[in-house]
Design a protein around this ligand. Structure first.
Ligand SMILES: [Zn+2]
Length: 63
């Protein structure tokens, strides 16, 4: 007989709290769910803004 720590198999479904992340562009809370199609951004616009900033090199040293 081996006394294994048998945990009571809970039949209840674990409720996962909806994860919320902050939009990298505007900081708005974004639900990390399939319905948030622009996650981690709150909307398409924020995603485009972020992409735009990434594409435009802030280090312009051309004179
Ligand atoms: Zn946003």
């Amino acid at each position: 007989m081996c006394p294994s720590p048998s945990r009571p198999a809970s039949s209840e479904t674990k409720r996962q709290p909806v994860r919320v992340v902050a939009c990298p562009t505007c900081g708005k809370p974004v639900k990390w769910a399939p319905e948030s199609r622009w996650r981690p951004f709150c909307c398409e616009r924020c995603k485009l803004i972020d992409l735009g900033e990434w594409l435009s090199d802030p280090d312009e040293k051309e004179t």
